[in-house]
Design a protein around this ligand. Sequence first.
Ligand code: SAH
Length: 226
Amino acid sequence: MINILTFFLLMLAGTDNYAISRERMVEEQIVKRGITDEKVLDAMRRVPREEFVPDKYKPHAYIDSPLPIGYEQTISQPFIVALMTDLVDLEGGERVLEIGTGSGYGAAVLAEIAEEVYTIEILKPLADSSRERLAKLGYDNIKVLCGDGFFGWEEHAPYDAIVVTCAPGYIPQPLVDQLKVGGKMVIPVGESFQELVLVTKTEEGIKKENIIPVRFVPMKGEVEKR
Ligand code: SAH
């Protein structure tokens, strides 16, 4: 009897509870809501979300909601990260730009599929902590810049895909300019009411498609001036 109990306790101790929660999150929050791309699901299965939230939220890392990361900012809800990654249609090998690094979680998910991820964060403490976190986790294909994402990151343009995780009132033109023809950008647009918009760049201009209503933190900086 004691032996069975000891065995059971040892088994429990050796189990990675986060891995179990992560798998359950993928099944219950992502697969059930209709995301089927295995590359996206595998990326969500690989990134340890608990490493991207403040210590006190670690036990809640896999709940179906955004969580505070300090400086009045949030790490996005897992489903929204998966949906945005799914919408830009990555095959592998792409160069992706993300605006709004925040915790770095979204960048890590993108970097599981794409070849290179460039991500911009306007708040220095978040840019610095995410850069350090991503390096520690071994994401050497992600570069973090502290700056205003409104202007994109010209140096590495054009991008195959752009993912924006803060909401501007309108689509910043530099981001459209830095997107490849045939490339896709997913961006929450609006103020109190926001719509997640999928932008496809064509030879003639851009095609816009409204996906779902969303709630992101507002984009700060240049976009507020006009
Ligand atoms: N992708 C993030 C979500 C972060 S929330 C994650 O997975 O954790 C959005 C982030 O956008 C915030 O950290 C906010 O500081 C940042 N942000 C707001 N305006 C910005 C701008 N103009 N340029 C770059 N980042 C901006």
